[in-house]
Each structure stands twice: as structure tokens, then as C-alpha cells.
Design a protein around this ligand. Sequence first.
Ligand SMILES: [Zn+2]
Length: 118
Amino acid sequence: MAMSCGLRDYDDPAWWYTPADDFSALDTKRSRKCCSCGEKLKVGVQVLKFRRWRNPRNDFEDRFYGDGGEVPMPTMYMCEECGSIALACELSEVSFLLGEDNLKEEVEVFVKKKSKFL
Ligand SMILES: [Zn+2]
């Protein structure tokens, strides 16, 4: 399961990301999709931005970005609800797969499981 305690596996990730510290207005030319729940995000709504990058994969990229440099990748966005969950996960060192996990669904599953023990 994606939302579990523990550290991420950094051995050979395809890319890395850093979440924004706080929400800001979506400032793209066109709308985007929440990378968690898929909700359409209109320009100007509050979103959490995830800057992404990866290591150079060939000689050309090595020369262009420097050995071990950072190759920028398209930023991912989350709606306010998913972004709040993501920030809470970051604070509690709970890992999730950006762009793959639907955080709203993960929380629902978690709450259901937890309620069985109450
Ligand atoms: Zn969302």
C-alpha cells in the first residue's frame, strides 16, 4: 500500500520532486488536472505545485545540464483537498506515489481500515 510509514526508496527513482511549501494560484495558460484525483484545475484556482526533475540520461544531457545535473520535468499540480493531504503526508513522513496514488481514495481506505479497530 502506498500510504505507509517509512522512508521512500531512493535507490533508482525515475525522477524526484519537491512539493511547494504552500498553495498558490495556478498560473499556467490552460487548465491542468490534479495528479492525484484527476479533478480539472482551472487557471487561477489554488493548487499545490510539485517541481520535478531527473538525472541526465545521456552524454548530451550530461553536457547540457552538467554531470549529475538536474533535468527539469513538467510540474505536477494538486487540487486543494489532495494537496492538503499531501502536505500532511510530508509532515508525517508518510510516503505516496506522486501522479499514481489518489490521495482522497487512500484516506478513505485508511479511515475504513482504522474504524474496524475502534
Ligand atoms: Zn485532487
